[in-house]
Design a protein around this ligand. Structure first.
Ligand SMILES: [Zn+2]
Ligand SMILES: [Zn+2]
Length: 418
């Protein structure tokens, strides 16, 4: 039993550390012990190792490790994709033969679909162009979203690609290209998540969450029926008439009796909340009409606002070329410009600065509109229907903008979990 407890603790510890290492930087976890642990893993621990190596081998070991690490961290490579495929593949090879003969034809069909779906969406997420921007397709990407004059301002150029930055785009230092509607670079798909593959990525998260939950549920119900045959009093919730040690003893017997089924069921059950957490977070961002990259930017803007460095003023519809109806497919135009100054004084008046009237200090994020949030349904349409026109086709001068604006005014501002 000692071994089983150790294995359980080991799996729990590894799952937790993987979560901290990969997701500890999420804005939602800022100022929590998880973010501090993330810094310990990625900053303080490597620094301590470098200092120790400097004394022992004048830094030779860490220099060669660092070159290897630089390649792992800064270049595209499929290591994590292979790891992801290996975990899924090996678990399924261990799991499926144990349950296949115990389930009905219909369940076999649902199991087959549940197993195939994540591979399909993993392939599509990896293979699809996430929305790499080049001088050839720049015009198309410029038309996707208007500048919101809060997070994205016109007239900025990517220093590496030497092309103008479309609204919502970001240069990825790993892909070494600019990506349209950049969300984040995902090592699990060895590519960026952006305008071109965000729908596949969301479906990958959803189908992987379903796979782990279904695997855990199926394994648990088969394991439960075996354990009940041996001890009819046993159930997954320890009953009053049974001590915890006896309950764990029977569960341990069940897992050891069929290690393949027991280990994979345990793994699916433990991984399931982590995958659902990431899936729900990603759909929450969709609901908020934002991306991981933008939620970081909103978070920084919020801090500047709190410190009194952010100012805004009214932006007439004709203020810029890209806010003219029809210049982008987006149905809404920006109504305000937000600028952050370095001296907490209103921006110096300059003929090239857009907007009209006095600058007013803005203190709270909820006073600022998120131009890219059209409501859940239209946010989903934007993701799942490429180049969706939002009813703009052929009626560019129709009052679509006004209609959308009045609809949006009634809604409470939401910008993501930070
Ligand atoms: Zn670039
Ligand atoms: Zn990338």
């Amino acid at each position: 039993m000692g071994t089983l407890k150790l294995v359980l603790l080991g799996i729990l510890f590894i799952s937790f550390m993987v979560f901290v290492a990969f997701f500890g930087r999420l804005p939602a976890l800022r100022n929590t012990p998880i973010a501090r642990l993330h810094r310990l893993i990625w900053i303080h621990l490597p620094n301590a190792i470098v200092a120790a190596d400097e004394r022992l081998s004048s830094g030779k070991i860490t220099r060669s490790l660092s070159r290897f690490g630089q390649h792992l961290m800064n270049d595209r490579h499929p290591t994590v994709v292979i790891f992801f495929l290996a975990i899924m593949g090996v678990s399924e090879i261990m799991f499926l033969p144990q349950v296949w003969s115990n389930i009905s034809r219909f369940t076999q069909l649902t199991v087959a679909l549940t197993v195939i779906a994540p591979y399909t969406f993993l392939y599509l997420s990896c293979a699809a162009d996430p929305g790499y921007i080049s001088s050839q397709n720049l015009k198309h990407h410029m038309r996707l979203y208007p500048y919101d004059y809060a997070l994205f301002h016109p007239g900025r150029e990517c220093r590496t690609c030497r092309i103008p930055k479309p609204a919502r785009s970001k240069h990825c230092s790993i892909c070494k290209r600019c990506v349209a509607k950049a969300d984040h670079h995902c090592i699990f798909i060895n590519s960026c998540v952006g305008y071109g593959n965000q729908h596949y990525f969301l479906l990958l998260l959803l189908t992987t969450s379903i796979l782990t939950t279904y695997g855990g549920f199926l394994g648990t119900s088969i394991l439960g029926s075996v354990l009940k045959q041996r001890n009819p009093q046993w159930s997954f919730w320890p009953s009053k008439g049974m001590t915890f040690n006896k309950w764990l003893g029977i569960l341990g017997w069940g897992i050891q009796r069929n290690v393949n089924l027991g280990a994979t069921t345990l793994l699916s059950t433990l991984i399931s909340p982590l995958v659902w957490g990431l899936c729900i977070y990603s759909f929450w961002l969709v609901y908020c009409g934002t991306t991981t990259n933008e939620s970081l930017k909103w978070s920084e803007l919020q801090e500047d606002m709190r410190d009194g460095y952010a100012f805004r003023r009214y932006l007439p519809a004709s203020a810029s070329k890209d806010s003219r109806p029809g210049s982008t497919r987006w149905p809404v135009d920006p109504e305000q410009i937000i600028l952050v100054t370095s001296d907490a004084q209103p921006p110096v008046e300059n003929p090239s600065t857009p907007g009209k009237g006095e600058w007013e200090r803005v203190r709270q994020l909820r006073d600022v509109e998120n131009l890219y949030d059209l409501g859940l349904w239209e946010n989903l349409l934007d993701i799942f229907l490429p180049s969706y026109e939002f009813g703009n086709v052929g009626k560019k001068d129709e009052p679509v903008v006004e209609r959308q604006r009045s609809k949006r005014r009634g809604k409470s501002a939401k910008r993501g979990p930070f």
